[in-house]
Design a protein around this ligand. Structure first.
Ligand code: UDP
Ligand code: MG
Length: 339
């Protein structure tokens, strides 16, 4: 091969990389991920390089207190643009992902965790499905490596409850790792709610969807940011922001207890009037009082959840606040052009 051919091939490759709008955007939310960021960047860049197109990587620093921001703002790439967005505090992964989706300039975006639990090597497969005409490529976990039986059991229970209560099913074992194209991103960006249960929001717009299976790896380094308190909160948020059926269950419970109380009254009255039985005292009364009191408190608490949602929505606060933003364009090394 002559050196001219090599040079022209290289120029051609370079012009692919240097497209005006990026081919895809990769959104990476991060919160105290200093141990894994460099490895994550390297692996994502390798995968994107192989696709031979100019892409965009968007890092959202969700108020990290470690070195994550400093590391991320120094990341660069020969062929891809890097956007780093720093939120003013920790707003939660859901808000960080929303910030990323607002910043997307490409025609499709892939959401991926910084801890490399979602293998970036699958991005080309996702892109292939998108090129086939699908709007959303959901990635479903085949196995959940690095997670104990209790986490797996509670996760399964959550999907069962959620899908039974909500009119809009959310796919089981599909996390946030997915590809969505422009028209779906636009619809999600239009959704105004503050309580952002992203699994539900991603399912809400519909469109043409496909699910691919994958094995989720254990975390590369660092620790999970989700404790059980946060997970229970997320589960509750998911159910109450996508279904009002729990309210109807409360009404049902009210009906059942009232009806039982009526039945009990009839039984007690008949027994007293016909057989002259003395009314059974303290224990049965305590049971009834506690039962009815419990149902009442539960129902009020449930109503409170929904009123609380209204309260938060009514304030119309922004979903996140951006403190700092950087943008780096591809830096193809000068030496490489001669190669
Ligand atoms: N994350 C975030 N904000 C948070 C918590 C987590 O941006 O408040 C990011 C985190 O840095 C990681 C991803 O969300 O890139 C998934 O978090 P993690 O690995 O802790 O969750 P898990 O995989 O255990 O569900
Ligand atoms: Mg993780």
């Amino acid at each position: 091969m002559s050196s001219i051919t090599v040079l022209s091939q290289h120029r051609e490759r370079q012009s692919h990389f240097r497209q005006e709008t990026p081919y895809i955007s990769v959104i990476i939310p991060m919160y105290n991920e200093q141990e894994v960021l460099a490895a994550c960047h390297k692996r994502v860049c390798n995968v994107l390089d192989k696709m031979g197109k100019h892409c965009e990587i968007i890092y959202i620093d969700d108020g990290s207190s470690d070195e994550s921001w400093n590391i991320a703002s120094q990341l660069g790439s020969e062929h891809h643009s890097i956007k780093t967005i720093r939120l003013s505090r920790n707003f939660g992964k859901e808000a960080a992902m929303s910030a990323g989706l607002k910043a997307v300039t490409a025609e499709a975006a892939v959401l991926i965790d910084a801890d490399l639990q979602d293998p970036p090597e699958l991005i080309p497969d996702m892109v292939a499905e998108w090129q086939e005409g699908f709007d959303v490529v959901d990635m479903q976990r085949r196995r959940r490596l690095g997670e104990g039986w209790f986490k797996r059991f509670t996760a399964a229970a959550f999907y069962q409850v959620m899908n039974r209560l909500s009119d809009m099913p959310i796919p089981e074992n599909v996390g946030d790792f997915r590809l969505i194209n422009r028209r779906v991103i636009d619809e999600i960006n239009k959704l105004p709610e503050r309580t952002r249960f992203m699994k539900g929001l991603f399912a809400w717009p519909g469109f043409k969807r496909v699910t691919l299976q994958f094995d989720r790896d254990p975390r590369l380094a660092g620790e999970t940011k989700w404790n059980y308190r946060k997970l229970i909160h997320l589960a509750f948020e998911g159910i109450t922001s996508f279904s009002t059926r729990p309210l109807r269950i409360a009404t049902g419970a009210g009906l059942v207890t009232s009806f039982s109380a009526l039945l009990l009254a009839v039984v007690v009255l008949t027994k007293t009037l016909i057989w002259g039985d003395p009314v059974a005292g303290y224990p049965s009364m305590m049971i009834v009082v506690l039962l009815v009191g419990g149902v009442q408190l539960l129902s009020i608490g449930l109503m409170g959840e929904y009123v609380g949602r209204l309260f938060i929505e009514a304030k119309q606060r922004p979903l996140f606040v951006v403190m700092e933003e950087n943008y780096t364009t591809p830096t193809i090394a000068a030496g490489e052009v001669q190669a």
